[in-house]
Design a protein around this ligand. Structure first.
Ligand SMILES: Cc1cc2nc3c(=O)[nH]c(=O)nc-3n(C[C@H](O)[C@H](O)[C@H](O)COP(=O)(O)OP(=O)(O)OC[C@H]3O[C@@H](n4cnc5c(N)ncnc54)[C@H](O)[C@@H]3O)c2cc1C
Length: 409
């Protein structure tokens, strides 16, 4: 059978791209070197924009049926004060979810196969095939070690941070920043969290939220430069950080860690040129950012839609394929520009731009606190939250007005 597209990587970026192209009637080959269900490193928090896409694709019910609680509340503990609010956008009643990746990725893969994509697991791509001018397919080996060549008009690298496709086509990198944080996480039973809890402390950010089977995932982020020290005694350093968070520490002591620690410092920040003759990149393969803002899954879902639409525009003749894919790059970069800035700042300083003074200005102002949480969720634009007019209003209402009122009293 001839294929219209070969997609390398079958997780948050690859499977939705395969599903969407197959639903449009294209013949898709999806390959992954892993066998599914398969876990991968992630704390798997899906913000509302990502959840909205799952709903649009008809997959949210499957995620919600996994004994995975919806998350609508958020709590930000600065050590001096706590901001509590809602992550739910005003315009809809959507919640966030944090399903385990082995479960989520299998749902996405099943949806791609149901839509008509052909899937080969345990298939490792080694290189792309070219005719000298454009990519024409992939060379890989299957589980029995047999080398296989497959051809299609487009090869899509959805193969993650260390993308083999990106390396083979020498995709240009831009706006790169080195890794800024490292982090470790694990899962706890008997530990209740009320929605998403985030703790800011000097040189540490801790996140905790509920996932499947009554478990809670707790992530500890530290500066990249401390990775060696952290890795030398992971449990000690992890628990030492949590011991500075009395409300979480008490619950950790009352709960039980049920899995080993996972962690990494391989968290660079960059964009890759996501297309060229006969190839495209989607998900982490094309854009990677620190996980501190938990945007990767939602980004991958959005880009899967943008890329599938662009390929359809090109293949159906509505636009030249090069112009359609250039539009995909433009839309992706525009969609993430401000969040990329925010993420890199947060990762570099382990506090948001404006620091505790900005957060202090939100105290007692529920509407603005919710707006902060919506900005973190990606439903209020970063640019509008950090616009000079909005910052001025926050400064006047949260800082200046109380001072003047106190002087008048
Ligand atoms: C510690 C950590 C915590 C995170 N927490 C969150 C979070 O809470 N929320 C969030 O939204 N994001 C989070 N992320 C980011 C998120 O996990 C990624 O953005 C997301 O997994 C990207 O999906 P992807 O499909 O692009 O790539 P991946 O998930 O990396 O999948 C790539 C797939 O390609 C396959 N592959 C690779 N090379 C080949 C090859 N040569 N041949 C065949 N197959 C190949 C791999 O087997 C893999 O299955 C976190 C990341 C880290 C590291």
């Amino acid at each position: 059978m001839g294929f219209d597209a070969i997609i390398v990587g079958a997780r948050c970026a690859g499977s939705p791209t395969a599903m969407l192209l197959a639903r449009k009637g294209y013949r898709v080959l999806l390959v992954d070197r892993a066998a599914f269900p398969s876990d991968t490193m992630s704390t798997h928090y899906i913000h509302q924009p990502g959840v909205a896409r799952l709903a649009r694709w008809g997959l949210l019910d499957r995620v919600a049926a996994l004994d995975c609680p919806p998350i609508s509340k958020a709590r930000l503990d600065t050590g001096s004060f706590v901001l509590s609010g809602s992550t739910t956008p005003e315009s809809c009643d959507g919640d966030a979810y944090a399903p385990r990746r082995a479960l989520l990725d299998k749902i996405l893969l099943n949806a791609a196969v149901e839509a008509g994509a052909e899937f080969s697991e345990d298939f490792s791509v080694e290189d792309v095939l070219t005719d000298g001018a454009r990519v024409t397919g992939v060379r890989g080996h299957n589980r029995s070690g047999l080398t296989v060549n497959v051809r299609a008009p487009i090869v899509i690298g959805a193969d993650g941070l260390r993308s083999v496709v990106a390396r083979a086509v020498k995709a240009a990198v831009y706006k790169a920043k080195p890794a800024l944080t490292c982090g470790y996480y694990s899962y706890w039973s008997g530990l209740h969290v009320e929605g998403a809890e985030v703790y800011l402390r000097p040189r540490r950010v801790v996140g905790a939220w509920p996932t499947n089977d009554g478990l809670t995932v707790i992530y500890v982020a530290a500066p990249r430069g401390e990775f060696g020290k952290f890795r030398a005694a992971v449990e000690k350093n992890y628990l030492e950080t949590i011991s500075q968070l009395p409300s979480l520490d008490a619950r950790v002591h009352g709960g039980r860690r049920v899995e080993r620690f996972s962690g990494t410092a391989d968290l660079p920040n960059f964009f890759r040129k996501p297309f060229g003759p006969g190839w495209a990149l989607v998900g982490d393969a094309g854009y990677h950012r620190d996980p501190i803002t938990a945007q990767g899954i939602s980004d991958a879902f959005r880009d899967a839609e943008l890329l599938a639409d662009a390929i359809d525009d090109g293949f159906s003749g509505r636009q030249p394929i090069g112009a359609a894919l250039a539009g995909y790059e433009r839309q992706r970069d525009r969609a993430v520009r401000a969040m990329y800035w925010f993420t890199c700042y947060f990762a570099a300083h382990l506090e948001p731009p404006g620091g505790l003074r900005l957060l202090d200005a939100l105290r007692g102002n529920q509407a603005e606190t919710n707006r902060l949480f919506r900005m973190l969720a990606g439903t209020t634009p970063v640019t509008s939250f950090f616009s000079p007019g909005h910052l001025l209003r926050l400064f006047v209402s949260g800082y200046l007005a109380p001072k003047v009122a106190a002087q008048q009293a």
